[in-house]
Design a protein around this ligand. Structure first.
Ligand code: HEM
Length: 89
């Protein structure tokens, strides 16, 4: 399994390449942006970031968690695991 640092996730924050962290797993959701029932904008807001809390706050269905697994590309590097989610600027 690929081990990915937050510094590598953070450069994939745009519609042409959008990665996201949920529960210490890294997902490449580029192909999902236009499919998302909640819209592309909310995903792009969290592109390149840790979206664990917003993902949970929406109370997504079991189906959403299953869908997420389609986009798994690796796990977050241990140096990033205890860092708090990135703050909004
Ligand atoms: C790649 C990660 C995500 C996946 C796979 C995903 C998947 C889904 C799915 C399948 C639904 C339909 C309802 C359901 O089954 O629960 C949904 C709805 C929704 N999602 Fe996501 N979601 C993701 C990330 C996010 C994020 C980060 C946000 C931002 C807060 C978000 C906001 C929403 C909202 C607001 C809805 C409700 C849309 C409505 O009912 O009109 N989602 N999502």
């Amino acid at each position: 399994v690929k081990v990915i640092r937050m510094s590598d996730v953070s450069v994939h924050s745009e519609a042409d390449s959008c990665w996201m962290v949920v529960n210490d797993n890294v997902y490449d959701i580029t192909q999902f942006l236009r499919e998302h029932p909640g819209g592309e904008d909310v995903l792009l807001e969290h592109g390149g970031r840790d979206a664990t809390e917003p993902f949970k706050e929406v109370a997504h269905s079991e189906d959403a968690s299953t869908t997420l697994q389609r986009f798994f590309i690796g796990i977050l590097h241990e140096v990033n695991i205890h860092e708090p989610p990135h703050e909004y600027s």
